[in-house]
Design a protein around this ligand. Sequence first.
Ligand SMILES: *Cc1c(COP(=O)(O)O)cnc(C)c1O
Length: 363
Amino acid sequence: MEKRLFNFSSGPAVLPVPVLERIRDEMLCLPGCGASVMELSHRSKQFMAIQEAAKQRLIRLLNITSDYDVLFLQGGARLQFSMIPMNLLRGQTGPAQYVLTGSWGKYAIGEAKKEGKVEAIYDSSATNYDRVPTETELKISSDAAYVHITSNETIQGVQFQHDFSSTTPLVCDCSSDILHRPIDVSKYGLIYACAQKNAGPAGVTVVIIRKDLLARSSDELPGYLNFNNHSKEDSMWNTPPTFAVYVLGLVTEWVEKTIGGLAAMYKLNQEKAKWVYDAIDRHPEMYLAHAQKQSRSLMNATFRFPNEVLEKAFLTNAQAIGLDSLKGHRSVGGIRASIYNAMPMAGVQSLAQLMDDFASKNS
Ligand SMILES: *Cc1c(COP(=O)(O)O)cnc(C)c1O
């Protein structure tokens, strides 16, 4: 078998090896089923148990109370950019307020504009989204339909470090940092995340919605786009993405049983990110961090070089030692090291070592 690389891809991204091994072992015949999980009816006892177990794991890991529902949907986070304003903004008097800390928030507000009145109450685009605001910088109005934040901006590598409080329902795109630390779900009205960054493969999107908000959805909405249908039918309104839900179940089981839960996961993520950021800070003449220090993402570390020749040389050196997919997004340039939950410690240690070696050879 060919050797696995350290995969720093921003998404779809690295998965835990024990999860991949389990999928391999169960591929032809899921224990007790006589078939692959992909061949089971979504309404079979066996699959319903798999989906319910995945849901219960999310509920336990995130301490989700019974006034919330957990939905497994399709269409990625991008469909939520539309579905959320369709369900939560239509028919409301106040506007939806958006906090723009990066490219994904910008896309989200673009879709919401098609639905109703929106306002950007924070926008750091003038400095290419290098920071997140403090709570006191935000002027959230109490009559807003909701306020939308992106907890981690995957492209720029800036992240909110804490949950914050708002009496206006807080909607959060957690696509690239769900399950990376414990969060206080009770502070949010709705949390959504596509799975393919930190929670599983592409194909399933998790929506955690406070049940009282379901009352806002109009019956006029197309069936699939109405949160109520999915909530009433326990994410079986239509065929859910069964394989993706199964893998998400295995990933959450790995976080819970192998890692030991979200507090332990958070500690590991802080340690892993420290390897990379310490290397950046040791060589400020070589590595130009994109994010301001207090906004640095634990999931996506972004930095540039003094010139493109050095950037190319670094990427070539990285590839040669098995560090893959480090090239940054074109809107930021340089390097983006995505170091999600499943990135092994050895991967970031190897990257930090390369950063030290490269800086001493080329300075
Ligand atoms: C990847 C990503 C998205 C888009 O997800 P899709 O599943 O491709 O629609 C949205 N928001 C954030 C923060 C992301 O990282």
